[in-house]
Design a protein around this ligand. Structure first.
Ligand code: KG4
Ligand code: ZN
Length: 336
């Protein structure tokens, strides 16, 4: 049997990425970041879509070149089908469909959030089933119970903002540029996380809420700036450390609850916020004290990338789960 080589394309938000996977091993993972959004304080959908159009050909070209592969050697083309910005998804899906049609190979639509979970399968050691995955990105916050590569169930999720949004919106209130998550992480390293106390929301079950935290930070800053105009500048590192501490404890407490309720101690994290050093450290400390086996993807596989799409596509290929050429991308979708 021919070895399975798949080209995967990710274009759900503001990163254009392409990867090649051969027999479950990633050969290349090229990511083009879009810097055009920085000046607007958030991703501008129309600009993202246009930048994808400019980037997609060179990014795919480079991914194939780095993998030492020609299009004729590919057995399937995978793409992010949902969720994401519809204009961005359309660029990747149209490109993938055209390529699948031209090469006469199957097309594989992938759910972006499921792929984030499988980023934990790119390197060794891999988690064993069943495991829990805390998937934390700019658009989602979920606890996923994963029984096999293609069997995943969301057992808890945010009722409002995502964890990444909580970081980014807090950063905006502090006057930091977008995306603020990595900057809060950077300043937090120098600050005292116990200096300011922000409330922990009391949300039932395994669900999350971050909108109250954003409001609490807004009022906290308004009050303190009224007393001291340069309050933020003088206390930036302690404010960042305190905000990060609260977001991380909200996430960790729910993960602990999920582990107790399911009896599962195989724990993964995924998504852009899993790059956060406070979350990584808290998880590491907790796992050492409570005998969890934890798995954290390499930094480049935490934020949006096509390698994780390729990993999901690999399992879908083996299961014969292909998509029709008229598969419709969708901004919002349950797991597929
Ligand atoms: O998964 P991702 O790249 O894109 C989405 O699918 O949303 O996640 C992006 C999010 C942004 O909100 C960004 O601020 C956050 O991940 N992020 C971080 C860090 N690195 C990225 N948040 C906190 N600390 C970080 N080090
Ligand atoms: Zn993502």
């Amino acid at each position: 049997m021919k070895p399975v080589h798949i080209l995967a394309i990710e274009s759900s938000c503001d990163e254009t990425s392409a990867a090649v996977i051969a027999e479950g091993r990633i050969l290349s993972n090229i990511i083009a970041n879009q810097t055009v959004h920085e000046q607007y304080g958030g991703v501008v959908p129309e600009l993202a879509s246009r930048a994808h159009q400019e980037n997609i050909v060179p990014v795919v070209d480079l991914a194939l070149k780095k993998a030492g592969m020609t299009p004729a050697e590919l057995q399937a083309i995978a793409f992010t089908q949902s969720p994401g910005l519809i204009g961005s998804l359309l660029v990747g899906s149209c490109f993938a469909k055209s390529m699948a049609l031209a090469l006469n190979v199957p097309l594989i639509g992938v759910h972006h959030m499921q792929a984030h979970v499988l980023a934990n399968f790119i390197d060794d050691p891999k988690p064993s089933f069943p495991f829990l995955c805390l998937t934390v990105s700019g658009g989602h916050t979920q606890i996923v119970l994963c029984e096999s590569p293609l069997q995943m169930r969301v057992i808890g999720e945010t009722l409002d903002d995502a964890a990444g949004e909580a970081f980014d919106k807090s950063a905006k209130l502090l006057g930091l540029p977008y995306p603020g998550g990595p900057l809060i992480d950077k300043y937090a390293k120098e600050g005292d996380p116990g200096r300011f106390r922000f409330p922990e929301p009391q949300i039932p079950h395994l669900d999350f809420s971050f909108s109250g935290l954003k409001t609490a930070i807004l009022y906290f800053l308004q009050e303190n700036k009224a007393r001291q105009a340069d309050f933020v500048e003088r206390n930036l590192t302690d404010i960042c450390a305190s905000i990060q501490h609260r977001i991380v404890t909200i996430l960790l407490n729910k993960l602990v609850k999920a582990s107790k309720e399911t009896g599962i101690r195989e724990i993964c994290i995924a998504g852009g916020v899993s790059a956060n050093s406070g979350l990584r450290n808290a998880l590491q400390t907790y796992s050492e004290q409570h005998q969890w086996n934890i798995y954290i993807p390499k930094f480049e596989y935490c934020t949006d990338n096509a390698a994780m799409i390729a990993m999901m596509a690999h399992y879908k290929y083996l299961a014969g789960e292909f998509s029709p050429l008229d598969a419709i991308p969708s901004a919002r979708a349950q797991f597929i």
